[in-house]
Design a protein around this ligand. Structure first.
Ligand code: NI
Length: 423
């Protein structure tokens, strides 16, 4: 297939080039050629009224929690979890997890996200939702052993990893929930598996001030120092939240090429705080962008998250964090976080054909003041309603609708399933 005469191609390549009136050739699941007037005997799709961007990457979420959207909006993390989320999760069965993840996957695809990074339980259900919707995901069993058996938690996670190793759109990872819900033994085993299989080590870190003061009291160290002390801070680390990193923590993250998955909406909503992203950028830390689950966001639309990110970190100095920085977080930085920067995160020859296409005539995309204006519109004014989405070169969103999933039926089942969570 050739996307012909693309009005704007936002490559997110090394030079952050935006190409105009260019052709893009896709063969099977890959971008094979980008150039002017490509002449092959392929199916041609006129794209002269389209802006094409790399599919966005959601670096931290819990897709099944989309079924719990709006269930609890006015509590800080600990009360939110203990009073509302854990009791709801007690009732959440495999089919609920599937339907929640399917709702989340469709929501993400329709707002231009083509890959998400997830940790939760009932992971096989999430994997089914990924396959059925056509999205791509890194999936990890979220491990906790406060009350649970350490060995069993580990066995479940490793079995999942083995089962999905050869799936096309699913990349398995390792995800101990946090240092306060996992024993040192579990963390060490998890880290070994992550190293052994060369997969990311995805964990919640310094989400609240309380987490930091508890860690200082219990271990005499911040969560990042604790992880560092046990050899767990390296390029495989995806530290979700990192809201309360100290100067020393940032230095450790930077020196060891670790990633922060920033989740500003969830941090604000649960009153957890605001991560110091400008300092992290100055440190040169890889910062990716996540939504967290829909029970704490309550949206999985990364365009909203980009706007919030841009605004939040300009509050003291509007010269900080440019629109290009923010778009990088939602694309190439996310790919680096997942160790998939050779496959996704930018539009380049040889990479996967994971693309989102936007109608140039959308009200919120006009006018456009050059390249910067185009990026600015993507970050600050576009609502995320993309026209088409391709994953592996397959059309999964067409005319703004999911190709694979009958949306009305899905919504009906979501309403039925959500009933039992009503208090
Ligand atoms: Ni989370």
């Amino acid at each position: 297939m050739i996307l012909q005469n693309i009005r704007y191609l936002v490559t997110q390549n090394e030079n952050r080039e935006v190409l105009e009136y260019v052709d893009l050739r896709i063969k099977d699941d890959r971008i094979v050629e980008i150039g002017g007037s490509l002449d092959y005997d392929d199916r041609k799709v006129d794209s002269s009224d389209r802006i094409v961007i790399p599919g966005l990457i959601n670096a931290h979420t819990h897709a099944s929690m989309t079924l719990l959207r709006g269930i609890s909006d006015n509590k800080e993390l600990e009360r939110w979890l203990n009073e509302d989320i854990f009791p709801a999760e007690e009732k959440l069965d495999e089919q609920d997890a599937y339907i929640g993840a399917l709702l989340g996957s469709v929501e993400m695809l329709k707002s231009g996200t083509t890959t998400f990074n997830d940790m939760y339980f009932h992971m096989d259900s999430v994997a089914e939702a990924v396959k059925d919707s056509g999205i791509r995901a890194m999936l990890s069993v979220g491990m906790i052993d406060i009350e649970e058996d350490t060995e069993e938690e580990l066995r479940n996670a490793v079995n999942f990893l083995d089962r999905y190793r050869d799936e096309n759109r699913i990349v398995p990872g390792i995800a101990p929930h946090s240092i306060y819900t996992c024993s040192n033994e579990l963390l060490r085993y998890a880290k070994n598996y992550s190293k052994l299989h060369d997969v990311p080590f995805h964990i919640h870190v310094s989400e609240t001030m309380q987490e930091n003061s508890d860690a200082l009291e219990e271990h005499g160290m911040t969560p990042v120092e604790y992880l560092k002390n046990h050899g767990m801070v390296d390029e495989d680390l995806i530290a979700a939240h990192s809201t309360w990193l100290t100067n020393r923590d940032r230095k450790i993250m930077e020196e060891n090429n670790a990633t922060v998955a920033h989740n500003p909406a969830a941090n604000l909503k649960l009153g957890s705080g605001i991560a110091d992203i400008n300092s992290m950028m100055e440190n040169g830390i890889n910062v990716a962008l996540g939504t967290d689950g829909a029970a704490s966001n309550n949206s999985l639309n990364l365009f909203q998250e980009m706007k919030l990110t841009g605004l939040l970190h300009k509050r003291d100095d509007p010269s900080k964090l440019t629109e290009q920085d923010v778009l990088d977080m939602a694309t190439i930085n996310g790919a680096k976080a997942l160790g998939m920067e050779d496959e996704i995160g930018s539009i380049e020859e040889g990479k996967k054909a994971d693309l989102a296409m936007i109608d140039v005539d959308k009200i919120s995309m006009n006018p456009r003041f050059g390249k910067d204006g185009l990026i600015s519109n993507l970050v600050y004014s576009f609502n995320g309603n993309v026209s088409e989405v391709l994953v592996d070169g397959d059309l999964v969103v067409e005319e703004g609708k999911s190709v694979e999933i009958h949306e009305n039926n899905l919504v009906e089942e979501v309403r039925d399933r959500a009933e039992k969570f009503q208090n």
